[in-house]
Design a protein around this ligand. Structure first.
Ligand code: PLP
Length: 340
């Protein structure tokens, strides 16, 4: 069956305005003396809620919530979750109430971290925020809250961390098709496609889509910023399988074929690394583009390290997917501002 036909069986609430652009970073290439062309796919450029990769998943998730007659959307995340912010924005646009169960996942004590960036935007988009302790189970709390609402005659849709259910991950299955079409139009084949990976939906969705379409899934490299690489590889492999079964087509990917590394994780989720700070500054100062401190900054640092280590043969092209998260720079003010 055709992938588009398989995807069209699912309800979708439109949050994107067509394909996101792919742009070449020529100034960065010359700054690095890069042997390869460097391109970015601008998944940070979307029209709702300041944009980001979670909107691709939310098209399917909000679509299902509306189809089920829900009036409220509940999700979980860390305090500075981009997914929570975009869920709040997408819910506002869909006319759904939004509740966020946010855990203190990061030991980053700072006024801006606690109040600015995504936290401020969650409030602006009208979401009700429930904060829970680091060791609490936010998904359990979200389900309990859905039960409470049900007793009041309401109906809530619940999805966990990053919106990375098999349904949400379909957003990146669709993105794989979009990307292959752009490659054809550009008459280019990217030898590596680099992404940050957190809750595995972006990575697994791309892999499933590329695999289905014969687009060579092995060229995707994920930089995990939350789980250790062995865990990330297993979880991504299971999610790929769940995506295929949801699309009612048997399919899987050998875990060994999944390229994911924790080389940029540093001390842990949401904790800055010197390489991340350098990457965020370099892209801002050579191209005027904003990476984020938690995800894309660390993954881009990984790509820079590969280029500097001479991993790429001359003449090819690589693609970095800019997944969004720019409100994070306000939360990490004390890390990113000029010192002294
Ligand atoms: C959530 C997020 C990611 C990771 O995507 P997953 O599907 O959770 O792996 C990457 N970049 C940004 C900016 C994000 O907000």
């Amino acid at each position: 069956m055709d992938l588009n036909d398989a995807l069209s069986r699912f309800e979708r609430f439109p949050l994107l305005d067509g394909p996101t652009p792919i742009q070449r970073l020529s100034r960065l290439e010359s700054r690095l003396g890069s042997p390869i062309r460097i391109h970015v796919k601008r998944d940070d450029l979307m029209g709702v809620g300041l944009g980001g990769n979670k909107l691709r998943k939310l098209e399917f998730l909000v679509g299902q919530a509306l189809a089920q007659g829900c009036d409220t959307f509940i999700t979980t995340g860390g305090l500075q979750s981009n997914h929570a912010r975009l869920t709040a924005a997408a819910s506002a646009r869909a006319g759904l109430a939004c509740e966020l169960v946010l855990a203190d996942m990061v030991a980053y004590e700072d006024e801006a971290y606690a109040h600015n960036g995504n936290v401020l935007l969650d409030q602006l988009f009208g979401a009700a925020v429930h904060r829970v302790a680091r060791d609490a189970d936010p998904l359990l709390a979200a389900r309990q809250r859905a039960g409470e609402l049900q007793r009041q005659g309401r109906k809530a849709y619940v999805v966990g961390l990053g919106g990375s259910s098999p349904l949400g991950a379909l957003g990146y299955v669709a993105c794989a098709a979009e990307l292959l079409q752009q490659e054809r139009a550009m008459e280019t084949r990217f030898s590596r496609i680099v992404i940050p990976t957190g809750s595995f939906g972006t990575h697994a969705g791309l892999l499933a889509g590329l695999q289905w379409l014969g687009g060579d899934a092995r060229r995707v490299r994920g930089y995990t910023i939350l789980a250790r690489q062995d865990v990330a590889r297993q979880r991504t492999a299971s999610l790929v399988e769940a995506i295929f079964s949801q699309l009612r087509r048997p399919g899987a990917l050998d875990a060994d074929a999944i390229d994911v590394t924790d080389s940029q994780l540093g001390p842990g989720y949401g904790l800055p690394t010197p390489a991340m700070i350098d990457a965020v500054r370099l892209l801002a100062r050579t191209e005027g583009l904003v990476l984020d401190p938690v995800y894309s900054g660390k993954a881009f640092a990984g790509l820079l390290a590969s280029i500097r280590a001479g991993e790429f043969a001359a003449g090819g092209s690589v693609l970095f997917i800019m997944t969004g998260g720019s409100p994070g720079v306000y939360a990490y003010r004390s890390t990113l501002e000029n010192q002294g």
